[in-house]
Design a protein around this ligand. Structure first.
Ligand code: ADP
Ligand code: MG
Length: 267
């Protein structure tokens, strides 16, 4: 335990929240599956960055997480690796049968440029695994966008405003989307996307409220949760800064999250 404390200090990793798993010492010592490790190696990423060391092990436990680290610190891969592993863990047959039920995961980013960058990274790492990604961003007509979506995909990367438009016009459903990533949450709030985020989450069949008793009152909710294949939404949030508005958003959407802070922000 003391060794891990020193290890975290060396990499400027601060944590909050109970039972945080150990960080990754080396890619080869992690429990990331070999096919993904091969892609990481092919990309020339010899070592994980500090946010990747701590956030990936938490993400692989399917736990909600809030990761705070400066721009350029490798946050994309920090959320992408657990997300890809989770999609790979879904039975292949289900992935084919449920193709018209929409993506399994949704990544939201505040700008078109950021969404495109994430799409590139997701395609680079997920493509070789047969995981398809579509970006829902401004620039394409609704019809063109709808055409791309009809081809099917496991992951949608979207800006909130455009996504609301596409959902309300039924070019996309989120009937089996249970994994949500908010990237650059601070910027998302600054740009006033919270009302759009609220609307988007209403298109999903699952809540992040964990029923802690079998109350008769909660029967409808329990039934809905039982019927949905994955009972609860996994929600992760990444941000470069942690102003009170982001903390509030985390409390609203995340369930018993693990906090990871890298660098001066955790001091
Ligand atoms: P952030 O989202 O924190 O701003 P990015 O995820 O965009 O950072 O990563 C910044 C750059 O670092 C990208 O070009 C990415 O390809 C690269 N990168 C990510 N992880 C690693 C790694 N482990 N080793 C080397 N380069 C990496
Ligand atoms: Mg980023």
């Amino acid at each position: 335990e003391r060794d891990w404390r020193i290890f975290r200090e060396d990499y400027n990793i601060a944590i909050k929240g109970g039972r945080i798993p150990n960080p990754i010492r080396a890619w080869s010592e992690s429990n990331i599956k070999k096919d993904i490790l091969d892609i990481i190696a092919a990309a020339g990423y010899t070592e994980p960055t500090p946010i990747q060391r701590q956030a990936i092990t938490i993400g692989l436990q399917n736990r909600d997480i809030i990761g705070v680290a400066e721009t350029g610190s490798g946050k994309t891969l920090a959320f992408l690796i657990p997300l890809l592993e989770w999609i790979q863990s879904l039975p292949k047959i289900a992935r084919l049968e449920d193709a018209d039920q929409g993506p399994y995961a949704l990544v939201m980013a505040p700008t078109r440029e950021l969404a495109q960058q994430i799409e590139e990274e997701t395609t680079k790492f997920g493509g070789p695994l047969g995981i398809r990604t579509v970006a829902v961003i401004g620039g394409l007509s609704r019809e063109e966008q709808g055409m791309k979506l009809r081809m099917g995909c496991e992951i949608v990367i979207a800006t909130p405003g455009r996504l609301v438009d596409v959902l309300e016009n039924r070019y996309l459903v989120l009937n089996q989307c249970t994994y949500v990533v908010f990237d650059e949450a601070d910027k998302m709030i600054d740009m006033g996307f919270e009302p759009d985020v609220q609307k988007i989450l209403k298109f999903m069949p699952v809540t992040n409220e964990k029923p802690d008793n079998d109350d008769a009152e909660d029967e409808d909710k329990l039934l809905a949760n039982f019927l949905s294949k994955h009972k609860f939404r996994q929600t992760v949030m990444f941000t470069a800064t942690m102003p009170p508005a982001v903390e509030r958003m985390a409390r609203q959407y995340l369930r018993r999250p693990a906090y990871v802070y890298i660098g001066a922000i955790g001091k």
